[in-house]
Design a protein around this ligand. Structure first.
Ligand SMILES: [Zn+2]
Ligand SMILES: [Zn+2]
Length: 563
């Protein structure tokens, strides 16, 4: 392996320590620089900001609905894209697409911005192989996924059997652990808790304390049981919650009730912008960013990612069939897909165009930015657009500028629907995020929330995933095109050109469980599923070959094993 020294850069690293210093890399890891030592590559990083590689903790890059989105959005793949030419003229296949990019384009575009890891948030257990294969086909990036539970029939059946004091909690915990192991997941995501199933029983909405018509359990019970299971299993990433009533005016109530339902258990509330709406004003649609931020500020065990919306064409792809069905009338272009496999969850893919002159879209844009700027502790916030739901991930540099540059923010705000531009609280928020805070939102906090101690930072021993940005006043241009990007010490992009495409690794966790649960599961799969139970679980060898021979990166669980 090779060695590199980056000399004189301004390291911005909220974990390992910031300041002007040399950064040395040997065999893919950060090492202490030593005077007189020779390095294979020497880089003058003076005038540059050096950060750990970016980590996207919530981006839809693999699995069934991503593929359906590609299929549905043929027009997104119409423009020709130049193939990437690697040194030595080794030609990589061209790949295209913006809101539903192909696997190769996904890797290239992330790496060109200095990101080195990305996590798929909605992997259905029965579709886990496909999700891993797709992510394994994404070059360079390390990846992982959260498996979906909480609207699957077995979970709801167990929850209903448990009664009010959940006397079978051990079974639910073991089922959760088994599913994580079998699907090689990094965590668990619950989507519209219980609601995707309720939709199949013809319920068209489900509030946090409202019972599912068939199973007679509430979203409150679903969220609490799953959050408790993950806590007891020691899974580092807490329950990843896509709450009830996504996109519905007044849903701040559901969001606050969900936080209450957790009773102090840790959780990550995802794409929270879509869950922070009030009903004030003449249009009965208002920002509840302040209420949301107050709740986050008061609950340090809660983290969020924003799901900022960006203007332009995108496609929304969600496991939330209930809400996507409700939104399907707004599809632009007018087409959509809803699907389910094995009664495990669901999905809806609805193309959408966010417009500056739409009152609702303008307010959504404002609400996202207000949340970013009103939550006090940056360690509780992760920068996302919920790619592609709020907008494609390629808009991150623009979003970073909006957060760091108030005059630029004002300029953009002035272009929006006049009622929103004139009346929003955002107008009076003066906060501009610092480079240190951006480093937290885009690498250090996600690494911490995922339980990856050697990522998201540049201390000695950390993985040499590094992005070197030329310091510029225009933060969009600065974060758009880093001068150099390294993945595990290998130069993978230089001045916006991909230079190498090593295979990324797979992050997952393996919590312990009592194997007695397999009796229940075997019966369930035999009676109700199309796939034989013995073929469900993915082994290490299979995961490795699924993922293009990439490294397996199991993350440690906290408190040890339940089994
Ligand atoms: Zn979601
Ligand atoms: Zn999402």
């Amino acid at each position: 392996m090779s060695s590199v020294i980056l000399r004189g850069g301004t390291v911005v690293d909220p974990i390992g320590g910031s300041g002007v210093r040399d950064l040395a890399v040997r065999d893919g890891r950060i090492v202490a620089p030593r005077a007189g030592e020779r390095y294979d590559r020497e880089i003058d990083a003076a005038g540059c900001v050096v950060m750990a590689g970016g980590i996207d903790l919530h981006t839809h890059i693999g699995g069934g609905k991503v593929n359906l989105a590609r299929l549905l959005m043929a027009e997104d793949h119409r423009q020709g894209v130049e193939p990437i030419v690697l040194p030595g003229n080794a030609l990589e296949l061209a790949s295209c697409g913006t809101c539903a990019p192909g696997t190769l384009a996904t890797g290239y575009r992330y790496v060109e911005m200095g990101y080195t890891a990305a996590f798929e948030p909605a992997m259905v257990p029965s579709n886990a192989r496909h999700a891993h294969m797709e992510m394994g086909d994404v070059p360079v990036l390390d990846h992982g996924a959260y498996v979906m539970l909480g609207s699957d029939e077995l979970f709801l059946e167990l929850l209903a059997q448990g009664g009010p004091d959940l006397k079978n909690f051990d079974q639910i915990r073991d089922y959760t652990a088994w599913t994580i192991n079998a699907s090689k997941a990094m965590g668990v995501k619950v989507v519209n808790p219980g609601g995707i199933s309720a939709f199949k029983f013809n319920q068209r909405k489900l509030d946090v304390n409202e019972p599912h018509v068939h199973w007679q359990v509430t979203p409150r019970q679903v969220v609490h049981a799953l959050a408790r299971a993950l806590k007891e299993l020691g899974v580092p990433h807490p329950l990843h919650i896509h709450g009830s009533n996504l996109g519905v005016p007044g849903n701040i109530r559901s969001t606050l009730e969900t936080i209450e339902a957790l009773e102090g258990l840790p959780a990550h509330l995802t794409h929270i912008q879509f869950h922070a709406y009030g009903t004030e004003g003449p249009k009965k649609f208002s920002s509840a960013a302040l209420q949301l931020a107050e709740a986050v500020n008061a609950n340090p065990q809660i983290s969020i990612d924003v799901g900022q919306i960006m203007f332009g064409q995108t496609v929304t792809a969600s496991g939330d069939t209930m809400r996507q069905f409700a939104q399907s009338g707004l599809a632009n272009p007018r087409k959509w897909v809803g699907a389910d496999i094995e009664l495990m969850a669901g999905c809806g893919v609805v193309p959408f165009r966010y417009r500056e002159q739409s009152f609702v879209n303008a307010l959504q844009w404002v609400i996202g930015l207000e949340i970013f700027l009103l939550v006090k502790n940056p360690w509780q916030v992760v920068l996302t657009t919920d790619h592609p739901n709020g907008g494609p991930f390629t808009s991150y540099p623009h979003l970073i500028r909006l957060l760091m540059d108030r005059p630029f923010r004002e300029e953009q705000l002035a272009k929006l629907h006049p009622e929103v531009a004139a009346n929003c609280a955002l107008k009076s928020i003066t906060r501009e995020l610092t480079l240190e805070e951006i480093a937290i939102l885009t690498r250090a906090a996600p690494a911490k929330l995922l339980g990856l101690p050697d990522r998201g930072q540049l201390g000695v021993g950390a993985a040499a995933d590094i992005a070197v940005y030329r310091e510029k006043a225009d933060r969009e241009s600065m974060f758009r095109t880093p001068e150099w990007v390294f993945k595990d010490g290998v130069l993978v992009a230089q001045a916006g050109r991909v230079t190498a495409t090593p295979v990324g690794g797979t992050h997952f966790v393996e919590p312990g469980y009592d194997p007695i649960i397999e009796k229940t599961l075997r019966r369930h799969w035999q009676d109700r599923a199309a796939i034989a139970f013995d073929n469900v679980a993915i082994t290490h060898d299979e995961l490795c070959s699924c993922c293009n021979g990439g490294r397996l990166l199991p993350a440690a669980c906290f408190s040890g094993d339940a089994a």
